[in-house]
Structure formats: structure tokens, C-alpha cells
Design a protein around this ligand. Structure first.
Ligand SMILES: [Zn+2]
Length: 139
């Protein structure tokens, strides 16, 4: 038996409110929602994070995210939603089985992502871009 709670949900060993499932993904309601209807799109295959996803999972993940986002918009009359993934403990990942979050948003919902935006100094933006471009590896 896996000690990964999402693997156990995928295997049907742990109950969850499943919204949508196919051969590649299971989409459930988050048990601790940021807002009611907060959903998680989980690949059936255990991978720790985004960089470990297999290419055959890309399209099914986004298809499921779009299908469930549309259902959330219609069912809960959303004014918007956030689609995101936390990768690594420092980024807020708490279950180390990759998943996408879909979080309902409304006017005055009192949900805030606290950001302290930075400014690049002269030439610094190009330096960052150059470092990143030098590490782009084509699939
Ligand atoms: Zn897992």
C-alpha cells in the first residue's frame, strides 16, 4: 500500500469527491479548500512534480483542467479562477504527487496571494534571460 495519499485516492483506497476521471487523471475536491469548489487535477501515475511528468500526460491534464474549470464556472457562477501548481516544499507543495489546483474566485472573496514584486536593475533582466536561455533543453 502506498503512503502517498493521492496514489491511495487514485486506487480507491481513500475516499474523495471525484469530479472527473479518465485513464490519465482523477479530479477531486480539495479537502481543505481555499474556496468552496477548489479542485485538484491529479495524474494517476505518481510523479513528484511538474518536471517529472511524462509527455503523454500533458494533454490529458490540461483537458481535465479545462473541463473541470468550465464546470466550476457554470456550477458555481465563478467570476474567475486561479490555476496553479506548487512544486517543492518551499513553494508550498504539501503532497508530493504532482497536482494542479483550480481555485474559484469571486469579487471581494478576501483571497490574496501576497506578492512583493521586484524591479530589475539596468541590464539585469537580459542577464537573467541569457542564463535561462542557455539552459533551455529542447525535448
Ligand atoms: Zn502518489
Amino acid at each position: 500500500m502506498s503512503n502517498c495519499v493521492f496514489c491511495r485516492i487514485v486506487a480507491g483506497e481513500v475516499p474523495a469527491e471525484v469530479l472527473f476521471a479518465n485513464d490519465y487523471v482523477v479530479t477531486i475536491l480539495d479537502i481543505n479548500p481555499i474556496h468552496y469548489g477548489h479542485a485538484l487535477v491529479i495524474p494517476r501515475k505518481h510523479v513528484r512534480g511538474f518536471l517529472e511528468l511524462e509527455p503523454d500526460c500533458y494533454a490529458p491534464l490540461l483537458d481535465a483542467a479545462k473541463t473541470v474549470s468550465a464546470a466550476l464556472v457554470d456550477a458555481l457562477n465563478l467570476e474567475g479562477y486561479n490555476l496553479f501548481s506548487n512544486n517543492g516544499r518551499i513553494a508550498g507543495q504539501s503532497v508530493f504527487h504532482f497536482h494542479l489546483h483550480i481555485t474559484p474566485r469571486y469579487e471581494n472573496d478576501d483571497i490574496r496571494f501576497v506578492l512583493k514584486l521586484k524591479k530589475y536593475n539596468d541590464g539585469e533582466m537580459k542577464q537573467y534571460a541569457d542564463r535561462i536561455r542557455q539552459n533551455i533543453k529542447h525535448a
